[in-house]
Design a protein around this ligand. Structure first.
Ligand code: ZN
Length: 375
């Protein structure tokens, strides 16, 4: 009886051991199966099927999980020759993501370039790039926040013609339309009532627009009745008052002009001085800042506005106008940007913050607009 018992329990133990060993073996085999390894890496069931169908296990198991690859594997656009590329492209949720990677690679972009493109350019613009030839210096453009893909062809052309300019300048100037002739297909502004509206030779006021909230400038500070937008008028008077307290006499000689007035002014200029001069010194109707009620031409002391440049009033205005929200709009040596000859007398109201920035950075309002307001 005793021996039998021993035998029975020994058999039982043996069976248990075998079961245990088999269990461990089964577990180890299963644990080390390709499926399980890929699953543990995080690949989806569908992706694992594709991996096995394409016999890519060996390559894929050598690397870390890639969500881009996972997505590629289950996409109809999966292209085996771009396998390595998928590993290196940061995943994003954009439409046609995999198709776009394939096309960018086909054109000649490498993983670094493609990552940069996706980080800087929206989906519609990626499509633009996929339809374009390889641009070896694309990354130099993409570094700038104001880069616009729709202007890319113009940047490239402008850079060919102006190789002395930096990429930043190329982008800025093309965004400002400086690669086009003045008045070439000007854009109608959508924010004519905005205190920061940009009106120049590329941007015009709507045909029927009339400035609102116009108020007469105090007769102490103007040579005849003339109006400015309320905000500009108040600050202008404040500036003139402060100037007067230190014996500087600043007076408005021209402020708000309606469309007809500007039209006559321009046409008279053309008649008197010819088209070329008129274009340099006068604005076509709807293209003058005077039509916004935010610009004022001034004179200093007893001299006319055209001599303002030589007055002590001008010296003071140059250093102080920004505190009242005004800028000297058409600066010296900026003619190529503003499209106008230097006009010391033409002041534009943009508010203190913007005026101070423009003053401190010695830029034009056109540049300020392209840098911060044009989006
Ligand atoms: Zn003016």
């Amino acid at each position: 009886m005793k021996r039998k018992k021993i035998k029975k329990s020994a058999v039982r133990k043996l069976v248990l051991l075998v079961v245990l060993i088999l269990g461990i073996m089964f577990f180890l085999i299963n644990y080390n199966s390709v499926d399980k390894k890929l699953e543990r890496l995080n690949y989806s069931k569908e992706a694992i099927k594709e991996i096995k169908d394409n016999k890519l296990e060996a390559t894929i198991l050598k690397q870390k999980y890639s969500k881009t690859l996972d997505t590629a594997l289950t996409s109809k656009d999966f292209d085996k020759k771009n396998l390595e590329l998928y590993f290196n492209i940061k995943f994003n949720n954009s439409k046609d993501f995999i198709k776009n990677i394939n096309q960018l690679a086909e054109i000649g972009y490498d993983d670094k370039e493609i990552n940069k493109i996706f980080s800087k350019v929206n989906n519609k613009e990626v499509n633009y790039l996929t339809n374009y030839t390889y641009i070896s210096d694309l990354k130099n453009y993409l570094d700038y926040k104001i880069f616009k893909t729709e202007n890319l062809e113009r940047y490239i052309k402008y850079r060919d013609e102006n190789d002395n300019l930096s990429y930043k300048e190329i982008i800025l100037y093309v965004n400002m339309n400086l690669d086009k002739a003045f008045y070439d297909n000007p854009k109608e502004v959508t924010n004519p009532d905005d205190l920061l509206v940009l009106v120049n030779k590329y941007n015009k006021l709507p045909e029927e627009y009339e400035a609102k909230n116009l108020e007469l400038i105090d007769s102490k500070y103007s040579v005849k009745d003339m109006k400015l937008r309320k905000e500009a008028k108040e600050k202008f008077e404040e500036m003139c008052t402060d100037a007067k307290s230190i014996n500087l006499i600043i007076k408005a000689v021209s402020a708000y002009r309606d469309k007809d007035y500007q039209s006559n002014l321009y046409n008279d200029y053309v008649k008197d001085k010819g088209l070329k001069m008129a274009e340099e010194f006068s604005a076509r109707p709807r293209h003058s800042e005077h039509e916004t009620g935010l610009a004022v031409d001034v004179m200093g002391g007893p001299t006319g506005y055209d001599l303002f440049e030589n007055t002590k009033e001008y010296e003071w205005v140059k250093q102080n106008a920004q505190k009242y929200g005004f800028i000297v709009r058409y600066q010296q040596e900026k003619e190529n940007i503003t499209g106008y000859h230097y006009e010391s007398w033409h002041l534009r109201y943009v508010g203190e913050k913007v005026a101070t920035y423009i003053y401190e950075n010695d830029i034009t309002f056109d540049e300020y607009y392209a840098l911060f307001l044009d989006n």
